[in-house]
Design a protein. Structure first.
Length: 410
């Protein structure tokens, strides 16, 4: 149980930490990419303004006198293009150019493809009459930009992975340290419960014997005294049952599996049906069964008998007169399923998760005088877990409930 809690705690810690690291890495990437994009834009704008300043407009035509050398533009994976006011290409330098037509309204453009290209368009203004005479478009390959982002992604991803591995190692140590006091307290509580239950058995037995002894001679005691001794004997029986249940729950996880035998679950259920048939007939309950023959599994016959007797007793307890209790078995693959279904009071949906809690009762009006300790279903679930199985329950108020036991077949 505590091992599962440690795993869940560690997993929750790693999920939260990984989410925070992911958000941090995403924020770093977005900020870095935006900053790098802005730097490229500013650089292209500065180059475009310099190229626009060297343009002369004579006789209605653009005269390009560029100070930029084509070799330098090619080396930097850049290019310059000059356009007239109609968007017609006048001349160009460099190889990294956009193939799309000029869009004066779009100052910054990005061309997708095998190699992405970013371009900035700068208007050319005649200094003499302050009129628009053309445009210059500066473009640059984003290959280095994409390569830089790829390196950043690998760095962030690798950093997150290494951090998670180191955090996982540290988390294992921390969760173990955090759970150790809780586990020790729980073990001390279980040991106290087992010791107290064990020590109570002898005085309870003495009380029971002394309370039942006068009842064997009813003529020597009055009716009122007989009622008192009967109440003492009944309460003693109830306390004895309770201490036995607590002792069993305290020792459940210490039951060894080495001495288990191959058991025929069908035979166990058939014997229980014979045992509880008179009790069902007394309440006019129809106890029916659909049992598959020869369902073998490895386990403890005493524990499994108690598991299913608790479920049948629970069904008999909450099923009214002329109700129906059905026990059905099936085998699916390597799993055995046993269903105990009744037409009793049922279980409210909000109480489904509480059914197997210790001392919890569906009907709060039923007290210990009804004969139960409130531990029957908790014991059944503990036995199922001890046999690598599980019990689930479904129910509806006023309709009934169905307990399904899943156990591994041998």
């Amino acid at each position: 149980m505590f091992q599962q809690i440690r795993y869940r705690l560690l997993l929750s810690y790693l999920v939260v930490f990984a989410s925070l690291l992911g958000i941090f890495a995403l924020a770093v990437r977005i900020v870095f990419a935006h900053s790098l994009t802005q730097q490229i834009k500013d650089k292209l704008t500065a180059i475009g303004q310099g190229a626009a300043a060297n343009i002369e407009f004579e006789a209605g035509r653009l005269k390009v006198e560029s100070d930029f050398h084509p070799q330098d533009l090619i080396a930097r994976h850049q290019a310059l293009q000059w356009f007239d006011t109609q968007g017609h290409l006048v001349t160009q330098q460099g190889k990294t150019v956009l193939n799309s037509p000029l869009l004066p309204s779009k100052m910054v453009e990005v061309q997708s493809g095998k190699v992405r290209i970013q371009a900035a368009t700068i208007p050319i203004i005649d200094s003499d009459n302050n009129q628009l005479v053309g445009y210059v478009r500066v473009s640059q390959s984003l290959e280095e930009f994409d390569e830089t982002l790829k390196k950043l992604d690998w760095g962030l991803g690798g950093g997150i992975l290494i951090t998670l591995v180191l955090s996982g190692i540290g988390g294992i140590f921390l969760t173990r340290q955090a759970m150790q006091p809780i586990e020790e307290s729980f073990q001390r509580l279980k040991q106290f419960t087992a010791d107290a239950s064990h020590e109570l058995r002898s005085p309870l037995m003495a009380i029971k014997i002394n309370a039942e002894l006068p009842l064997e001679y009813p003529m020597e005691i009055g009716p009122k005294d007989a009622e008192k001794f009967q109440a003492i004997a009944s309460a003693t029986n109830q306390m004895t049952r309770l201490t036995e249940d607590l002792l069993f729950l305290a020792r459940t996880d210490k039951v060894p599996n080495g001495d288990w035998n191959s058991l025929n679950l069908t035979s166990i259920l058939e014997n229980l049906l014979l045992l509880y048939k008179p009790q069902a007939q007394a309440k006019q309950i129809n106890l029916i069964s659909q049992l598959t023959e020869n369902l073998y599994l490895m386990g403890d016959s005493v524990q499994l008998t108690r598991l299913f007797s608790n479920l049948i007793e629970n069904a008999l307890h909450y099923t009214p007169l002329e109700g129906v209790i059905e026990i059905k078995t099936t085998r699916v693959g390597s799993q055995i399923y046993v269903k105990v279904q009744d037409t009793g009071m049922g279980i409210a949906p909000e109480h489904i998760d509480k059914v197997f809690e210790r001392f919890w009762r569906a009907d709060k009006s039923r007290s210990y005088n009804s004969g139960g300790s409130g531990l029957g279903l908790a014991i059944a679930q503990a036995i199922a877990h001890n046999h690598s199985g599980l019990i689930t329950v479904t129910g509806q108020l006023g309709v009934g409930s169905c307990f399904t036991v899943r156990l591994p077949a041998s």
